[in-house]
Write a protein that binds this ligand. Structure first.
Ligand code: UGA
Length: 435
C-alpha cells in the first residue's frame, strides 16, 4: 500500500519504517528540512535498538523516503498517518494545533479518497475535530478519519510495532476499516487481534491502557513502601501476586516511579478529561501523588542515611534515562534526584551509557559526567542506582568496594540480591526489601 506519515518523531519514524518493512511504500514528511536532509543521508535521528537496520534496509531498497513537501505525500498516499506532537497546553490539556493545522492543509490538497489516521495520543473527541477541519474544504466522500493509537514502548519499539499484542482501530466507515485491516494483517500473523471499534472508544483505550499501567506501578510502589515498614520483601510479594493469572507477572516492579513522555502526560490528560466532564476520577489523583512521592524515594533514603552531612558528600548515580535502552530523560526520576542533591550542596558524579549528552544540556558542569560506571564511583561516599541498565546488573563488586569511600549502595531498581550484598560487606538499601 502507499502510506504517508506526517511527523518523524518517535512514533512516526518507527511506524513509517515498520510499514516499509512489511512491503509498503512509505513517504515520511517533516517540516524540519535539516532533519529530512539527514534522514535522506541515512542518519536515524533517534536512538532505538534495531531501528537503524530496518531504516537502512528499507531506504536502500526504495520503500522508505523523506520529504518536506506535504503535497507530494498527498499525491502518493492512500493512507496518511498523523504522528504529530501534542504538547501539553497551559491548562495541561494536549494542544492540538499541529494536528488541526495539518488537517487544515490537507483539506485543501486532497482530491481523491484518502484515509486520515490519528496515530498520536489525542484526547477523546479529537478524530471528530479532525473530521470537521477536513470537511471545511473537502467533500465527505473523499475521506475518512481513523483513530489508531500506538502502544509501542521506547527501547523495544520496533519489536512492539512488528509484533503488537493487539491493534486498535477506531473507525466508522467500512471502506476505511477494510484498508486498515489489510495494512495491519502482516503484523498479527500470530493470531493477535485487530480490534475494530468506534472512534471515541479507540481514543479512550489508549489513555485507559497507559493509566492502568501507571496505576499498577504506583500500587506496587505503595506495597513496596509498606513492605519496608512491616518487614516484608516486595520481591517475594510480587512473585506471589503475579503468579495469579488474573494479575500477571509484568509491570509489577516497584522502583523510583514512572517517567518518560507518556505515562505522566497521559495520566494527567485523562484526569483533565474527567474534570472537563465533571467526573472526579479519584484513583488517578492518587496515582499521580504516589508517583510524585516515589520519584524522591532514593533522595529521601540518601538524606536519611547522611543526615545533615549530605551537603559535603559525593554521590554517584548509575543511570539517568527514565528506563534502559533509551537516551530519553523526559520526566526521568534521576533528574529529580540530582536537583535535590544539588540543592543540598552535594557533589554529584553520574554515568549513563546513552543519556549523558541530554543531561549535560541541562546541568553543564554542575555535575561530573564520567566515562564509565566505575569512574563514577571513584572516591564517592555512596552509589545510587536510578536506571536498570543491564550493564549494572553484574558489576565487579570487589572493584566497587575498592573505589567507593564507603561501600554504601542505595538501589532504586532492586538489581541485587540483598543477602549477597550484605555478605559482600556493602551497606545496601533497596525498594521494599528487608535490609
Ligand atoms: C509506555 C507504554 O508501556 C506503551 O505501551 C505506550 O505505547 C507508551 O507508553 C506510549 O504511550 O507511547 P514507555 O513510556 O516507552 O511506554 O515506557 P514503559 O516501558 O512503559 O515504562 C514507563 C515507566 O514505568 C518507566 O519509567 C519505567 O521505569 C516504569 N516502570 C515500568 C516501573 O517503574 N515498573 C514497572 O514494572 C514497569
Amino acid at each position: 500500500m502507499k502510506i504517508a506519515v506526517i511527523g518523524t518523531g518517535y512514533v512516526g519514524l518507527v511506524s513509517g519504517t515498520c510499514f516499509a518493512e512489511t512491503g509498503n511504500s512509505v513517504l515520511c514528511v517533516d517540516i524540519d528540512a535539516a532533519k529530512v536532509d539527514k534522514m535522506r543521508n541515512g542518519e536515524v535521528p533517534i536512538y532505538e535498538p534495531d531501528l537503524d537496520v530496518l531504516f537502512e534496509r528499507n531506504q536502500r531498497q526504495g520503500r522508505l523516503s523523506f520529504t518536506t513537501d506535504l503535497q507530494e505525500a498527498v499525491d502518493m498516499a492512500e493512507i496518511i498517518f498523523l504522528a504529530l506532537p501534542t504538547p501539553p497546553g497551559e491548562d495541561g490539556q494536549a494542544d492540538l494545533k499541529y494536528i488541526l493545522g495539518v488537517a487544515s492543509q490537507l483539506s485543501k490538497m486532497i482530491n481523491r479518497y484518502t484515509v486520515i489516521v490519528d496515530k498520536s495520543t489525542v484526547p477523546v473527541g479529537t478524530a471528530e475535530k479532525v473530521r470537521a477541519v477536513l470537511g471545511e474544504h473537502l467533500d465527505e466522500t473523499l475521506f475518512d478519519v481513523v483513530s489508531n493509537p500506538e502502544f509501542l514502548r521506547e527501547g523495544v519499539a520496533v519489536d512492539d510495532f512488528l509484533k503488537p499484542d493487539r491493534v486498535v482501530i477506531g473507525v466508522d466507515s467500512k471502506r476505511a476499516a477494510d484498508m486498515m485491516q489489510r495494512l495491519y494483517e502482516p503484523f498479527v500473523r500470530s493470531g493477535n487481534p485487530i480490534i475494530i471499534m468506534d472512534l471515541r472508544s479507540a481514543e479512550m483505550t489508549k489513555y485507559a491502557a497507559n493509566s492502568y499501567l501507571a496505576t499498577r506501578i504506583s500500587f506496587m510502589n505503595e506495597i513496596a513502601n509498606l513492605c519496608e515498614q512491616v518487614g516484608a520483601d516486595v520481591d517475594a510479594v510480587r512473585k506471589g501476586m503475579g503468579s495469579d493469572t488474573r494479575i500477571g507477572k509484568r509491570f509489577l516492579f516497584p522502583g523510583v516511579g514512572y517517567g518518560g513522555s507518556c505515562f505522566p502526560k497521559d495520566v494527567q490528560a485523562l484526569a483533565h478529561t474527567s474534570d472537563q466532564y465533571g467526573y472526579s476520577f479519584k484513583i488517578l489523583d492518587a496515582v499521580m501523588d504516589v508517583n510524585t512521592r516515589q520519584r524522591f524515594r532514593v533522595a529521601d533514603k540518601l538524606e536519611a542515611h547522611f543526615g545533615d552531612e549530605i551537603g559535603g558528600k559525593t554521590i554517584a548515580l548509575w543511570g539517568l534515562a527514565f528506563k534502559p535502552n533509551t537516551d530519553d530523560i523526559r520526566e526521568a526520576p534521576a533528574l529529580y534526584t540530582i536537583d535535590r542533591l544539588l540543592k543540598a550542596g552535594t557533589n554529584v558524579r553520574v554515568f549513563d551509557p546513552e543519556a549523558m549528552g541530554n543531561v549535560r544540556k541541562i546541568y553543564g558542569d554542575k555535575i561530573t559526567f564520567c566515562e564509565d560506571q566505575y569512574e563514577a564511583i571513584r572516591n564517592a561516599d555512596c552509589l545510587a542506582i536510578m536506571t536498570e541498565w543491564s550493564m549494572f546488573r553484574t558489576p565487579d563488586f570487589n572493584h566497587m568496594k575498592s573505589l567507593l569511600k564507603d561501600p554504601v549502595v542505595i538501589d532504586g531498581r532492586n538489581l541485587y540480591d540483598v543477602q549477597r550484598m550484605l555478605e559482600n560487606g556493602f551497606q545496601y538499601e533497596s525498594i521494599g526489601r528487608k535490609p
